[in-house]
Design a protein around this ligand. Sequence first.
Ligand code: MIG
Length: 674
Amino acid sequence: MIQRYVYGNMIETDTIPVKPEAGNEPLPGFTVDEKEHSFTYPLGKEDRIYGLGENVRGINKRGWIYQSWASDNPDHLEDAVSLYAAHNFLVVDGEERFGLFLDYGGKVTYDIGYTEMNRLTIRVNDFNLDVYRISGDSVLSIVQQFREMIGRSYIPPRWAFGFGQSRWGYVCEADVRQVVRKHRELGLPLDSVYLDIDYMDSYKDFTVNPERFPDLAGLASEMAGQGVHLVPIIDAAIKKEEGYPVSDEGIRKGYFCTDKDGKPFEGAVWPGISLFPDVLNPEARKWFGRLYKVLLDMGIEGFWNDMNEPSIFYTEASLEEIRTRLMDTVGATPDVNTFFELTGIIREVFQKDEIYDSIYHHVNGKRIRHTDVHNLYGYNMTRAAAEAFETLAKDRRILLFSRSSCIGMHRFGGTWMGDNKSWWSHLALNFRMLPSLNMCGFLYTGADLGGFGSDVTEDLLMRWLELGIFTPLMRNHSALGTREQEVYRFSDLDGFRHVLRMRYVLLPYLYSEYMKAALDNKMLFCPLAFDYPEDRRAQETEDQLMLGDSLMIAPVMQQNARGRMVYLPESMKLFRFLKDGKAIETVLGPGDHYVECELSDVIFFLRPDHLIPVSSGGNCVAEVDFDHVHFLTYPVGNEACYEYYTDDGISRQAAGTRILYRMDEDGEVKALPQ
Ligand code: MIG
């Protein structure tokens, strides 16, 4: 059951395709304070709070304060309150059980037992919003109803489930060729190579550097011949430059965001002083989306949208403020306070909210303050591209994912988890983000495997890939200046090859489960608490996840560990795949187990009377045989079925077939006639 509550007059977000009628009753359980712009709910001792998408801390979000305010925050520390996304959906699970969604584009604060341990306070910047309360008899049913309401999640082409190699710093065609050559020579599977801002001409979107990438179309087709897709980045900001058609045309047509005087707003990002496409304006959105055509025409079939919080390094005014404040310290008697003030000035001014206060959008004849719709920017940039692809690439799916997002964007693209670091704690953090993102509709997601910032170690990369083989987006990405982290830079090539190959072995299951999750509005990664709601230990387990119908994953996320403790809520079969080709199957009873997992081992768990369709692998997705699968099984004496979804992996309709495989009491598996 979904109930809608209206407060004031919201600015349309286009998040919910068909809105339910609003009632007049008060929001049950909450104290609503219109003056304080707040909603307060007393938390029971046992209440758990799930959701809020991409955020720091646990799967159970209780005990911290979070803010929906899309931020280019490269420090994903435990005390961060916002990252790139703003996902306003949570579920309270305890004495009462319900979901809450705030349809709102401005800043929201969720004080979840921070100020007072037993109080949830949600505060919005401006009291014009719709709130949806969803009730149901399980968390899963609440999530499913919510997902049905917000519309079907994005479906990428099947090749986007292959392994992708990326780095900020592939600066020329030769760098790309080297990655592909190394992978192919060494038998390391690969489906895509990502192009970071280095491919552009002076960081200008929709241009290609003529010296370093003289023939991108040629390179794309050469790579296609090797089963590899090139995936270029697109940044939100457009370099302001006379003679650059995107800048000129956008100014002429009024397609950029404006400042308080109505002139195009200027802020600096990678290209220097830049303009910001007013993607909330339907006409400008259409225009911006069509610009991707120039790359589609070169044979490009995938994009990642970056810097679309939007990230703004500085403006003329903020630079001036820094200068003046620095000047003010000249001549002052130097003391410790001046020193700390000096070191703080730049940090305070960088990306501060005041910059956003000075930006305006123009939507259907109305002028809108950016601050009131800030969280919708990345969503609409990605929507611009996706809507354009509906006509530019009518017959096929295009890979598209974005750094910033809010709910609604899940229909148009996926999201990656942004600038994590090569830290063990971030491996665990990114793991915990998976179910929260799924709740908010984001199924196509993954982290920068190996970590983006700071230097990776071989064991961290291996362990991260052992998680990455399960995440829909499986991409190794790292920052300029960090240690090179392509798998072939390290010594245990057999180990890396084995781990990457396991991804392709598991693909029939992973793709089938992804598609069913998208088409049926279901979770792909599920906390144990959702599947075993009565089990106290399951409720507290945050380092294991259910993946689809049959699987549980429990990757090793601790350095120097050769195994880990795993909690089984029911009996399961442990599969342990070794790099020498051996596969060990062990049936384990419910409870705690120490499970061995050497550095390059791939482990996972299969539920009783469940099946996992697998292939014999391939060097790229196109080589995987999705039509002749075999099964990993754990029969315990009952008849069991697996619904296997398969399609051509590329058409938009995603009208595939669902084949029912039945396992009899003895573990024999047969397809049922359709
Ligand atoms: O300010 O394009 O999150 O993946 O490599 C950094 C360079 C800009 C941030 C993205 C990252 C990308 C990087 N970008």
